[in-house]
Design a protein around this ligand. Sequence first.
Ligand code: SAM
Ligand code: GLN
Length: 293
Amino acid sequence: MGNSFSGQSIESARRALAAQLRSAHVEEAELDARILLGAVLGLDLTGLIAQAARPLTEAEASRLTQHAQRRIAGEPVARILGTREFWGLPFRLSEATLVPRPDTETVVELALEILRERKAAQPPRIADIGTGSGAILLALLHEIPDAFGIGTDVSLTALNTARDNAAALGLGGRAAFVACSYASALRGPFDLIVSNPPYIPSAEIPTLSVEVREHDPHLALDGGNDGYDAYRALIPQASERLAPGGALIVEAGQGQARNIETLMAAAALTMDRPPKADLAGIPRAVSARKMPP
Ligand code: SAM
Ligand code: GLN
């Protein structure tokens, strides 16, 4: 495509980029164009509007061309920029971390609802199983100023990214990160265990969008033959590590909530509310409690 933005004003570059993305069938062409242009120029939306007539420098035009080529080839904006907002907080990404999804904010919302009902005086002890970028754990620690939490992952690269995110968000003193399978190295007890485990059935992975299948780590997606391998492993582990009255909250893939509740009941956990739906109405966050003996 060459350096097609050379000599253009900010506004005409924005339009040209949106048109290129649209014709490449990028779903959110307008939005992606604005974000990529804003990132290259270091401007937010207001800045892009205020400086609409200013011409791009050669360096900016060539940077934008590189971003455009990557987006057209199917790389998500979050990967191109190496960062993604979750719960209003910035998270750095690495090749080992899933891009945190807006749907996963449902898990954070339900966790905060459940913690608000808690009567105990001590701050909650939280574990996040398969923490990835640290998104869920760090959002919770940000909301609950005196809480302490541990994130686990089998990917050391992901754990390093999560640790860096904790430090950058000023939460490093209240977050620890441990390499292990699910909760196996943790002892507990925890007042809250959260997890967004891999839950896509292996055979469905090749059918996912190029953004997901070629750019999210398969370790973060692949839930085995039927999609439930991770739930089968982690739910009993979590049950053993919950304090009496403590809650487990997991993210569910579409259509999985009912089977997850069955696995929770089989691990001696008690359902005390229906799953919480995401913005599309899909039951997304499934919770259960450990009842006092
Ligand atoms: N919690 C992050 C989020 O919501 O954005 C990441 C979720 S991603 C769907 C699942 C995470 O589980 C990945 O970071 C992956 O590396 C991790 N994982 C996969 N198998 C695991 C295992 N056996 N034990 C611990 N973590 C695992
Ligand atoms: N929600 C992600 C997707 O649909 C999958 C993440 C997961 O397996 N937990 O691509």
